[in-house]
Design a protein around this ligand. Structure first.
Ligand code: UDP
Ligand code: MG
Length: 314
């Protein structure tokens, strides 16, 4: 039997929260009956600085039933940081923590399989989407393409796994040693090691409310993922530099030859072209360098990654 804590990040989720709580409560009863979890297991909502009634709903749930607990962050810090705060806080109470989104797009029936895998010795159990039929073509295409790019960049990630996973206390204690400020959990968790297992499930559509991941946040997360897991973009700059150097050698020869042949004024076009090409390359290279320097800057400050304002039903 596992003392299980569920960690559910919530940002402006008033439309789905009550349904989610009810569904999870039923799941908990079922898991207890199957003797998969202990009686003091909990369902913990993490309010990521919501501006709607999310925290009121959480407080209400907590006062009615002590199976629920709530963590309130001091302000909106984003999905990854909200999850992080949940994992690191709850690890001191639980044998295992499962993280899942508040909209329950991930199948809660996969929790049984996760717990069984955990009882059989796995310290990390990844929930992997078997199909993405509920996602739009655009999301599916970009997400799957993105996983492939990350792989090429040398990051070890689990294909089609988002943030639905079980982590044992042992894995969480090891995870707590990763002090980075730029968090991309999907990339960090596989670095921990230990025995891991995969559980597949089908992803549903959001029942109510809208996605809290608009394109802008999605792109930000994608970029965060690449730049905090891989330094290959920096290496790319080197190759770009070498290539443009080779090209300029070619141009050098070309200009000398045309000078000798007496067709000199024709050089204007190539001159303009190379100025723009090199200028562009330099800016691009500087931009990428700047991105990493920015990351170093953020890491060096060692700011807290989240601040907990309140913790109820602790
Ligand atoms: N979320 C959060 N902080 C944010 C944005 C989102 O805690 O700044 C939570 C949100 O409440 C949900 C989860 O992250 O529980 C995933 O968000 P969503 O379901 O909107 O993303 P999608 O499934 O569309 O990728
Ligand atoms: Mg969702």
């Amino acid at each position: 039997m596992t003392k299980l804590y569920l960690a559910i990040p919530c940002y402006n989720e008033e439309e789905v929260l009550n349904d989610t709580a009810a569904a999870l409560f039923n799941k908990y009863k079922e898991l207890k009956e199957k003797s998969l979890i202990t009686f003091d297991s909990r369902i913990c909502f993490i309010d990521d600085g919501s501006r709607d009634k999310t925290w009121d709903i959480i407080k209400d749930l907590c006062s009615k039933n002590e199976i629920f607990c709530g963590i309130k962050l001091s302000r909106n810090k984003g999905h990854q940081n909200a999850l992080l705060s949940g994992l690191l806080t709850l690890k001191d109470y639980a044998d295992a923590v499962i993280s899942i989104d508040a909209d329950l797009q991930d199948d809660i029936n996969a929790i049984d399989k996760m717990l069984i895998a955990h009882e059989n010795g796995a310290d990390v159990v990844y929930g992997v989407r078997s199909k993405r039929t509920s996602d739009t073509f655009f999301k599916r295409f970009t997400a799957e393409g993105y996983y492939k790019i990350l792989e090429k960049m040398g990051a070890k990630i689990i294909f089609n796994h988002a943030d639905f996973r079980l982590m044992s206390k042992k894995a969480l204690d090891a995870f707590a040693e990763f002090k980075e400020v730029n968090v991309f959990l999907r990339g960090i968790v596989p670095m921990i090691g230990f025995k891991s297992e995969i559980v597949t499930y089908e992803r549903f559509e959001r029942t109510a409310g809208e996605s809290k991941y608009p394109l802008k946040k999605m792109l930000a997360l994608a970029w965060e993922g690449i730049t905090s897991l891989s330094i290959r973009p920096i290496r790319l700059i080197l190759s770009l530099g070498i290539i443009s150097l080779l090209i300029s050698f070619g141009i050098l020869i070309y200009t000398i030859v045309s000078l000798i042949c007496g067709v000199a004024v024709a050089g204007w076009t190539s001159l303009m072209l190379s100025i723009w090409l090199l200028g562009g390359l330099q800016l691009l290279a500087m931009g990428i360098l700047g991105e990493y320097i920015g990351k170093i800057y953020l890491e060096s400050k060692k700011r807290p990654r989240y601040i907990i304002e309140e913790f109820i039903n602790q």
